[in-house]
Design a protein around this ligand. Structure first.
Ligand SMILES: NC(=O)c1ccc[n+]([C@@H]2O[C@H](COP(=O)([O-])OP(=O)(O)OC[C@H]3O[C@@H](n4cnc5c(N)ncnc54)[C@H](O)[C@@H]3O)[C@@H](O)[C@H]2O)c1
Length: 303
């Protein structure tokens, strides 16, 4: 018995990395899987892995930021497996540059793949669930780069923060129909992140693996949480953002107001405001200048 017996799940960007792990885990939990992937060889390879292991899978190649591809994923799930229960939006790319050096193409490409690539499959799935009058589960892929910020990733971080907001709003919109929507902020070593890690970190990891220790940064470690969020066991959870890496699962608090100053019932005068804004920092303990929140959480990411 698996958590997803009889269920049908679409995973985008499932040809490698985190998405591959999610597709394999959903299949291991009993789901039939639509493996959506830009690179046809990679997608078909993962579908074959699932089928060879006794599961059910079909690969669909294409760009998930195109409506025709997004719609065809849902159509394939219904035609091949008779239903759709969950969609995991995972496909993504990086084009890192500081904002002064960032080209318009690199801005557009990243925002497009992540935001359109989440919006269009989600819309197709929700339209299907509304028509079929069935509930469904959505899992979106945000990032600590969007939640905490990360140097050199304005395009990627903006898109990932947008995905967290997108997920929260979809959760509100879907609640009455029993549609859940949650986001994850994963960390794993994949083609996307391996080159970003310092050599000494990679050496330390290789040595730990040689000693037979748990591979904290294996992309497959992200998948159990995602399989759970695709299952009816998590039907009471929606609109949340989870951190996931290694054996760690975290929950992020949404942006929330923590301090306030009030005027005297009229619009503020800027010069009066200038003398009062620091009260917000004193009251909340928030540092006024730019902070590297990612660096503050490094102990979790590189532990
Ligand atoms: N690896 C990490 O530490 C990390 C951290 C935070 C967020 N993420 C996010 O996790 C997701 C997976 O990343 P990964 O590390 O496994 O990367 P990866 O590069 O190993 O895999 C991404 C897959 O998505 C596919 N893809 C890209 N654009 C596509 C498109 N338009 N249509 C269909 N498929 C497409 C790629 O071909 C690739 O197979 C991404 O959204 C990424 O931003 C990863």
């Amino acid at each position: 018995m698996g958590l997803l017996d009889g269920k049908v799940v679409i995973v985008t960007g499932a040809g490698r990395g985190i998405g591959r792990g999610e597709a394999l885990e959903c299949a291991a939990q009993g789901a039939s899987v639509v493996v959506a992937e830009f690179d046809p060889d990679a997608g078909e390879g993962v579908a074959k892995e699932i089928v060879d292991a006794g599961g059910a899978a079909v690969a669909v190649s294409g760009d998930v930021a195109e409506a025709a591809t997004a719609d065809s994923l849902v159509a394939t799930a219904v035609e091949q497996f008779g239903r759709l229960d969950a969609l995991v939006n995972n496909a993504g790319i990086l084009r890192d540059r500081t904002v002064a050096k960032l080209s318009e193409d690199d801005w557009d490409a990243v925002v497009r793949v992540h935001l359109r690539g989440h919006f269009l499959p989600t819309r197709a799935a929700i339209r299907h669930w509304r028509e079929a009058k069935t509930p469904g589960h959505l899992v979106h892929t945000a990032s600590t780069s969007g939640i905490l910020g990360n140097f050199g990733q304005t395009n990627y971080g903006a898109a990932k923060a947008g995905i967290a907001a997108f997920s929260t709003i979809v959760a509100m919109e879907g609640a009455r129909a029993g549609i859940t929507s949650n986001a994850i902020a994963p960390t794993a070593l994949t083609r996307m992140t391996l080159d970003l890690m310092p050599q000494e970190f990679r050496d330390a990891r290789d040595e730990a693996l040689e000693r037979g220790e748990f591979d904290f940064f294996a992309p497959e470690n992200v998948a159990p949480l995602v399989a759970y969020l695709c299952s009816d066991e998590s039907s009471h959870i929606s609109g949340k953002v989870f951190g996931v890496q290694g054996d760690s699962v975290e929950i992020y608090q949404p942006f929330t107001s923590v301090a306030e100053i009030r005027g005297d019932g009229r619009r503020w005068d800027p010069s009066v405001l200038a003398g009062r804004v620091d009260e917000l920092f004193t009251e909340s303990g928030i540092v006024p200048g730019a902070e590297n929140m990612m660096a503050k959480s490094r102990h979790q990411i590189l532990r």
